[in-house]
Design a protein around this ligand. Structure first.
Ligand SMILES: Nc1nc2c(ncn2[C@@H]2O[C@H](COP(=O)(O)OP(=O)(O)OP(=O)(O)O)[C@@H](O)[C@H]2O)c(=O)[nH]1
Ligand SMILES: [Mg+2]
Length: 457
């Protein structure tokens, strides 16, 4: 963000409500031509921030629609510019006519996210707040929506700013010491600097922990149920979703298509993906099913590897190892040992049960609630009633880089007594933090963020 808000020449217009039919539809405009356009369409300029009932007129003064008009005077508006809202009836044709009229009067159709982008560029909100608007609209669970609102209210930005403030103070202190070499000696031996660095690193850990929850909430987690035919993948899919989604039969090779559904674990959205059993035999349909299964496995956040402990009696460990070889090593796995109702003695052959093994019966439901707990833990999800804010992968990346710089700087100080190098790392840290709130941005980044919004936002 610059100190001087930019001036946009264009007045932009778009339907702010979804396309299609609805009780009302809203056309929103932003820019300097709003006053002229308002007078031409409604015959006058209403009192700011009050809703007035009016006709919306076409160029020949015929009535396009009747509805409410609200005018916001700059800078007290969403975008920081003059804003006009025309609330008409939500039909595609009538909305189209009203929008055409606005364009005829000099407005231009807004690009996706352009209203929010102007709000950002006019310093009404920072970048993480702008992103939170999109995340609120797109939220896939109530917890995600609540977290997006917290980010929108500036909770995340506030923490990032507090961190930036501490880093800035420390950098000033370090640079002041560098400027006075005779005192630098004292400064370098000064425990105060190390103490400040430690406290900054601890604060980074705390913010990162909360941001990680936020990113999980926003993006959800994809879990692929994979294993040999007949292991009970579809049974587990149905048990976890509580629905009769996938066909379950005793015939090996029942599932061929990819079947997916969402569930929530205490607000954490999980996309469950049931797949065809992995084997080389089968007809063309099954071979294609297995190819698709392998593709899903590659893209999974985590794989639930379902193993039938009953039919693999006596060789469970070997079968698990064999299956693990079919999952790329970088993808985290939970081994679900299924059908324990048929083979309660399975423990006798597995003396040392690894942490990522969960015994269940997809038929009786035994162990399924433990599986859910295990998943929350494995995915790093803790329910934080207060204080989760929405975050994106790009925020986590910036936080990691910022923290990395502080850690490198700390090393430089301890090992090399290098105050200048510490100052340089602190500068890099400030820059990485600035990417989150948008103080440091590139046009490319802004383009990517705002173009992912829908038109009218
Ligand atoms: N007793 C018992 N039977 C189970 C259990 N889980 C699944 N089954 C049975 O095992 C058979 C295969 O189950 P599915 O859920 O269709 O297995 P799948 O892994 O989806 O099989 P494919 O789609 O063919 O790859 C069915 O007859 C299920 O009723 C379990 O925990 N206990
Ligand atoms: Mg199946």
């Amino acid at each position: 963000m610059s100190d001087q808000p930019p001036v946009f020449k264009d007045t932009i217009a778009a339907q702010a409500t979804p396309s299609g039919k609805g009780g009302i539809g809203v056309i929103r405009l932003s820019g300097d031509k709003v006053k002229v356009i308002c007078r031409a369409i409604t015959g006058s300029l209403p009192k700011p921030r009050f809703a007035s009932f009016t006709n919306f007129l076409d160029e020949d003064n015929s009535v396009i629609d009747k509805g409410l008009v609200i005018y916001f005077v700059k800078p007290a508006s969403f975008t920081g510019e003059h804003v006009l809202e025309l609330h008409g009836h939500g039909g595609p044709v009538v909305m189209g006519m009203l929008l055409d009229r606005c364009v005829q009067l000099g407005a231009r159709i807004a690009a996706p996210g352009e209203f929010t982008e102007r709000a950002f560029l006019n310093n009404k909100i920072d970048l993480s707040q702008a992103e939170a608007i999109a995340d609120l609209i797109d939220s896939i669970s109530r917890t995600a929506a609540k977290s997006a609102v917290r980010s929108l209210e500036g909770e995340f930005s506030g923490l990032v700013e507090a961190l930036t403030e501490k880093v800035t103070l420390l950098r000033m202190y370090v640079e002041a010491a560098i400027d006075f070499p005779e005192e630098e000696i004292d400064f370098l031996g000064d425990e105060k600097v190390k103490g400040m660095l430690d406290s900054i690193i601890a604060e980074f850990d705390e913010v990162t922990k909360r941001a990680t929850q936020g990113a999980l909430l926003r993006e959800g987690v994809s879990l692929v149920l994979a294993g040999r035919p007949n292991a009970g993948k579809s049974s587990l899919m149905n048990m976890l979703t509580g629905k009769d989604l996938s066909i379950v039969t005793e015939i090996a090779g029942t599932t061929r298509d990819i079947i997916d559904d969402y569930i929530h674990l205490d607000g954490l959205p999980l996309r469950l993906i049931d797949t065809a059993g992995l084997r080389t035999a089968g007809d063309v349909i099954e071979i294609e099913g297995v190819r698709r299964a392998q593709n899903e496995i590659k893209n999974a956040d985590r794989v639930l590897l379902i193993v039938d402990c009953f039919s693999n009696k006596g060789e469970i460990k070997r079968k698990v190892d064999e299956l693990l070889g079919e999952v790329p090593s970088e993808i985290p796995v939970t081994v679900v040992l299924n059908k324990i109702d048929l083979y309660p003695d399975w423990r006798k052959e597995v003396d040392d049960i690894p942490d990522n093994w969960v015994p269940v019966s997809a038929k009786t439901g035994e162990g399924v609630s433990y599986l859910k707990e295990h998943l929350k833990q494995a995915l790093g999800y803790v329910v934080v009633e207060e204080g989760t804010f929405i975050a994106r992968a790009r925020h986590l990346d910036a936080l990691a880089r910022a923290k990395g710089s502080v850690e490198t700087g700390r090393q430089r100080l301890i090992i090399e007594n290098a105050g200048e190098l510490l100052a340089e790392e602190l500068k890099l840290c400030q820059q990485a933090l600035g990417e989150i709130t948008g103080i440091v941005t590139s046009d490319d980044l802004l383009g990517r963020i705002f173009s992912s919004f829908c038109i009218g936002k």
